[in-house]
Design a protein around this ligand. Structure first.
Ligand code: IVH
Length: 685
């Protein structure tokens, strides 16, 4: 093949790759409906990159390879808008009545009487982002600019190119010679959250809200930074238009046409005669507001006919043919009166700002979360500061930032959790810790702290822990809320009578529960340790601890170094265990549980390997089916156990056979576990 025909083939292939990728981008970024697998997309993209590297003349401005990678600018170049970017009259109207007033104004201006036909309107979302003008020449995106003062904006083309839902070339065979598209750049809420999560994980600054995120990203001089911020664009209008053969004559027709050119246009819009459609839209969007993927601050009503728009014209640099109706703000400024710390179910300490009451997002807000120590310090929120509070939907109100210009010399000192709380949990006084690599401080009084009671109880009773069948969430709520169970050992003091009084508790289920609690007293050391809910001690670690130390006392008195000797236990886990048992409160709970009868067979240590019953006391009663009493005694002693004549609290097991007498009754009374012959043989083997 001759070189020029190779070049023609390359050019044709590059053009078809550009078109294909643009189509896939649009499906993916605008409609959330991918047409190809990521790997296939990547392969096409790489093919185009390679083609362009080999034939630099094929690197057109509308190539998808040109979205990212420009150099940082020293400043944005000014752009004079050929048609000024004006704003619209904005009314804060929470009632639908505004639409009627708008219709009346329009009709009066047009000189229409009560018997003249209705005016057609269109209603759109009022996007809460950054207004942008995009200039397409012969279908290719040549420039993008901010609004600036309406006459002159800034050239932010490089950054706008990074918005993947924005077409670099308009779809369709006959684009206008010039088409300036006006719209708003926004950051979708999910993208905003995701971005902030990633930033937080890397201890990097977070964005205050999606709007600032969008505006700040577009105004980045380095396009590589903008490229990392996930942005979107929605078209709602236009500026200069030249050479458009069949330009539609209505607002809604224009937006439909923009969508056909491949521009993102929000699907939430309606048009129809008279103000009724506007009223419905206002109400429907108000209810839907928090489910939209991006923030809006209201709705916009527009006269639909472009001819009527022209007749109505502008007044005070605002169109007479449009009006914006804002919804109640989701962000407001107020003052921080105090910073308190709340203890969550898991012991997590959350700082909370007590606020001068402020009406935001439709309710009066007096508290707002500050998330954690790092967030407060990053935002530098202090008592006395004026802050921006955000409440959107049912989300917990949060402090998004400080209005530093309004900080007075009297504000408090920077927040530090340890100093603020004197190192103690504000609820139970236990020590607080913040582990390396963690953002949260925690109270370690898990078993003892009232804030963590329910959680601790549920965990303790769970199947893989102490295993109390029937002790579920609803019951735990009742027991704790009713003050019946304050500390774990209270569980073992519950009687049928007390339980039967509770909601949805018949006598039968109460006795079942009491039996389950009783049955849970005999457990294993590993389960017991796991049940305590020590941070970082899961089932496997609990088993390792039990096997290594063989007794609870040994674990309780182990130093961090001792604990580190256990395979798979590192310094963080060792420290967590040590700190847990250092707390007098926790030791007390453990002792009380033991006193209540919770017990287990102490494991044999490596040295006493062959004596599984070492340290245990047995009492024999009744006739066993196969073993004589002496044989049974010999077996127990051979395994390291002792046989006593009478039952006491110290008895580990009573072995009962046929016609067992008072010893069996005594064992039942004291809650000593009872074995039959098979059970004994199981222990001995
Ligand atoms: S129409 C000549 N429609 O709200 C009228 N504006 O002051 C042009 N905005 O800065 C504006 N959503 O950036 C229009 N659907 C919408 C809008 C919208 C948001 C912004 C626009 C402008 C401000 C109004």
């Amino acid at each position: 093949m001759r070189p020029d025909s190779t070049d023609t083939a390359a050019a044709a292939r590059a053009a078809s790759l550009r078109e294909l990728i643009a189509r896939y981008d649009r499906a993916y970024y605008q409609f959330d409906a991918p047409l190809v697998a990521d790997a296939d997309y990547d392969a096409l993209f790489q093919e185009l990159q390679q083609l362009e590297a080999a034939h630099p003349e094929l690197r057109t401005p509308d190539s998808p390879t040109q979205r990212v990678g420009g150099r940082a600018l020293a400043a944005f170049a000014p752009v004079r808008h050929s048609v000024p970017m004006l704003s619209i009259q904005t009314e804060t109207d929470t009632t639908p009545a505004g639409a009627i007033a708008f219709d009346q104004r329009v009709r009066a201006k047009l000189g229409l009487g009560p018997h003249d036909p209705p005016v057609g309107y269109e209603a759109e979302l009022k996007f809460d982002g950054l207004a942008i003008s995009l200039r397409y020449e012969d279908g290719v995106l040549v420039r993008g600019a901010t609004r600036g003062d309406g006459e002159t904006g800034e050239d932010v083309t490089q950054n706008l190119r990074t918005i993947r839902s924005l077409p670099l070339r308009l779809a369709g065979a006959h684009p206008p010679a010039v088409l300036e598209v006006r719209g708003e750049v926004v950051m979708k809420r999910a993208d905003f959250e995701h971005y902030n999560e990633r930033q937080r994980a890397r201890s990097l600054p977070t964005l205050v809200n999606p709007r600032n995120g969008a505006a700040g990203s577009i105004r980045q001089l380095d396009p590589n930074i903008a490229a990392q911020r996930p942005l979107a664009f929605y078209a709602y209008g236009w500026g200069e238009i030249r050479g458009w053969a069949e330009q539609p004559g209505s607002q809604h027709g224009m937006l439909d046409a923009l969508a056909e050119f491949g521009l993102p246009v929000a699907s939430q819009r309606v048009h129809g005669p008279g103000p009724n459609a506007l009223i419905d839209f206002h109400a429907r969007i108000a209810a839907l507001r928090d489910q939209l993927p991006f923030d809006i601050d209201g709705v916009v009503y527009k006269v639909d006919s472009l001819a009527l728009q022209e007749r109505l014209g502008f007044r005070n640099r605002e169109p007479v043919w449009a009006v914006a109706h804002k919804y109640p703000a989701q962000e407001r400024a107020t003052r921080v009166l105090a910073i308190d710390v709340q203890v969550g179910r898991t012991g997590k300490l959350t700082p909370v700002a007590r606020l001068e009451p402020v009406f935001v997002g439709g309710v009066t807000v007096t508290n707002a979360t500050l998330h954690n120590e790092d967030e407060i310090r990053r935002k530098d929120v202090r008592v006395g500061d004026t802050v921006i509070v955000r409440r959107a939907g049912d989300v917990i109100p949060e402090v998004v930032g400080v209005v530093l210009e309004r900080r007075t010399p009297e504000v408090g000192s920077p927040f530090a959790m340890w100093a603020w709380l004197g190192g103690k949990c504000p609820v139970c006084g236990s020590a607080i810790v913040r582990e390396e690599g963690e953002v949260d401080w925690r109270c370690i009084g898990g078993l003892y702290c009232p804030a963590q009671r329910k959680q601790a109880l549920l965990h303790f009773a769970s199947r893989r822990a102490i295993d109390i069948e029937g002790l579920g969430e609803k019951l735990v709520d009742q027991l704790v809320d009713g003050g019946i169970v304050r500390v774990l050992p209270d569980l073992y003091r519950l009687g049928v009578a007390k339980l039967a009084n509770l909601e949805r508790m018949a006598n039968k289920s109460a006795s079942n529960l009491v039996a389950a609690i009783e049955g849970s007293k005999h457990t294993t050391l590993a389960r017991f340790i796991y049940a305590l809910g020590i941070r970082h001690v899961g089932e496997a670690t609990a088993k390792d601890l039990a096997q290594h130390f063989c007794s609870l006392d040994a674990i309780m008195s182990a130093s961090v170094e001792d604990l580190c000797q256990v395979a798979d236990i590192g310094p963080i886990v060792a420290q967590s265990i040590h700190t847990f048992f250092e707390q007098p409160h926790n030791r007390e709970v453990v002792e009380q549980l033991r006193a209540a009868g919770v017990h287990w067979s102490e494991l044999r240590s490596q040295r006493e390997g062959s004596k599984p019953l070492a340290g245990m006391t047995f009492v024999l009663t009744g006739a066993l089916p196969n073993l004589t009493r002496d044989e049974a005694k010999a077996r127990i002693e051979a395994s390291g156990g002792k046989v006593a004549g009478s039952v006491s609290k110290k008895t580990n097991y009573v072995v009962a056979g046929a016609e067992a007498g008072s010893k069996l009754a005594k064992a039942q009374e004291l809650g000593v576990p009872i074995l039959d012959e098979a059970g004994l043989l199981g222990l001995v083997s």
